[in-house]
Design a protein around this ligand. Sequence first.
Ligand SMILES: Cc1cc2nc3c(=O)[nH]c(=O)nc-3n(C[C@H](O)[C@H](O)[C@H](O)COP(=O)(O)O)c2cc1C
Length: 389
Amino acid sequence: MTLRNRVIKAATFEGMSYRGQVTDALIDFHRTVAAGGVAMTTVAYCAVSPAGRGAPNEMVLRPELVPQLRRLVEAVHGEGAAISAQMGHAGPVGNSRVTKSRALAASSGFSPLGTRYHEMSTADIERVIADFGAAAKVLADAGFDAVEIHMGHHYVINSFMSPKFNRRTDDWGGSIENRARFPREIARAVREAVADRVAVIAKFEMLDGVPKGLGLEDSIPMARLLEADGTLDALELTGGGSLANPMFLFRGDVPRKEFAATLPAVLRPAFRLVGKRFMPEYPFEEGYFRDDARKFREALTMPLILLGGINRLDTIDAALDEGFDFVAMGRALLREPDLINRMSSGTVSEGICIHCNKCMPTIYRGTHCVLLDAADRPGVRVAITATGG
Ligand SMILES: Cc1cc2nc3c(=O)[nH]c(=O)nc-3n(C[C@H](O)[C@H](O)[C@H](O)COP(=O)(O)O)c2cc1C
């Protein structure tokens, strides 16, 4: 696969797959991002099974969706960009009120907000591996250029990689090799399902930002094993997650009040108690994962995608000079979907996103930058027109 440049739109859950369907809003969102100059846009979190959902209205990748997904693919291709979609199983971050099933993880435990998750049986493990393969086939059949396996953010795959979340004593826990087995088996199942029809990327957890959690000393050898397997085309390097300490992933201002308002009513009292501890602040720094990602660059030869707080053209240039193959950008492109066109034409050399993070709590009602006029919000403006208000 050849991309037209080196910038990928990172997955930012759109909140536009109403009732798990592709909507005109979702198409408008990605068409706008594609028209704005990125090489490839990424459809955010799609679940590989009903039990893998983390929130209501997420798409569950299944063959019936292929015609709808094809419309989305064609809209993005029409703008000259490629399209990828993220496949995940939320695991411990799963919402059992939505899925009507128990949240699953490598080992049992409680989230900081008091929700429970349960150790997976071998049958659970085998089913989830197969679900990833089947989901990837759906995306390949719909004409996607790439699929992205979510191996980060405390979701189920990350729970196996992390010594904090994985306390298993069987072949799926303990040593680095055993904790890498689940992501490797999933990458293998995905590759077998799609062969060379699409590129296979993993959003890969470098460090999970929790005490006694995953660190580079484990994640780099795991990445090396994946590289040796030859199942993946690139790693997009990330860190932190939604289960605990979420600002480690984002940095910048903490939208505590807005975040609390998105929680189910039963969790709000717990959030009021632990909110400050649950969401400590990390100051924003341009390219904040670069130092960790450099260690991956030194250790691996496979293509790598740098992610995290990229806002400026000189950061992109420096990343490419240092041997990263691509960069991925999330918030900067929510703020300015046409930023890459304007950087290419020399009009601007940096974005204007201020990392207020107020986009984050909008994810259940049509994700947008709150500083953009309503009529300029990709996707959201379609919903406004359609509902008349
Ligand atoms: C509103 C919003 C929604 C997000 N949704 C997802 C998601 O569905 N899946 C995912 O892996 N990351 C998600 N992220 C994280 C981004 O992909 C990215 O890792 C993070 O924002 C850091 O990149 P940035 O500094 O360029 O924004 C989301 C981020 C934001 C701001």
